[in-house]
Design a protein around this ligand. Sequence first.
Ligand code: VTB
Length: 331
Amino acid sequence: MALVTETTKQVLDRILSIEIVRVTERAAVSAARLRGHGNEKAADQAAVDAMRRELSKLPIGGTVVIGEGERDEAPMLFIGETVGTGKGPKVDIAVDPLEGTTLCAKNMAGAIATMAMAESGTLLNAPDVYMEKIAIGPGYPKDLVDLDVSPAENIMRLAKAKGVRPQDITALILDRTRHADMIAAVRKTGAAVALITDGDVAGVIHTAQPDATGIDIYLGIGGAPEGVLAAAALACIGGQMQCRLVLDTEEKRSRAAKMGIKDPRKKYGITDMVKGDCVFAATGVTDGNMLRGVKFRKDFIETETVVMRSVTGTVRWVRAEHRQLQKFHLD
Ligand code: VTB
């Protein structure tokens, strides 16, 4: 009996890792219709609506733990919302229907639709606050880099472990004034800084394939929801990440406490943020380094998605041609 249950669970897991692709594909197509229209809100809403529609068809008992916001501020996909048919495994859901709303509104590179699904109760329930993050690729000694040492020291440690000079290291950082000192400190070591305007989920994932992306380390402060999504991806493909919520006001600390966060200064590793098996997917909205954006052809729509499973570490690149969508304008 136990064996049967286990097998059923695994089969379901495998099916879900394809089903999840439909969800991010639909969100990406809907957002892509509004690429370059200068309207971040409309693009985000289109992605949210599409993602919610697709999620409702999944054979899961899902609970949104990372969503569009806390209950009273988000009409859809709010934290705590239940999604799916209710017939199937109980899962935690993390969504960012349009990661990089500005990138989409301005039709700039790197906007994606992304989500992760994990065993119930295993994803960090993080409030929508800032998060300090540091991430490097696989193959390095455990705890090589640390949020509590200086950016320069982290670069030196990484260069040494990689067997290169600091000048041969590239750090990816969000281009924000809050990072001015960090950027200067990294440059002082001789390392190169690659700046992004948005999109640190993909930014963190870049560190997992340094040979392909040229990015060795991600540093800086971004959104906590994006941090948990990136951790889900690294839980599948390997790499190290350390994060800490920025709970700099009493109001934020009490919001976090309500979500079960006892230690506001806790440093989270990947397994603290993603404790169980998970599946991660992202579909390109605009062309980016990681994924091609949606292409509207005459008779079909093309999407590109990456989907990963932590159980096996399998990474699938799914290039899809959607004929119905284009024909019937169903998105
Ligand atoms: C990052 C980035 C997102 O928010 O998390 C960033 O990945 C952090 O917030 O794409 P600020 O923009 O306030 O710096 C985004 O840029 C937008 O959600």
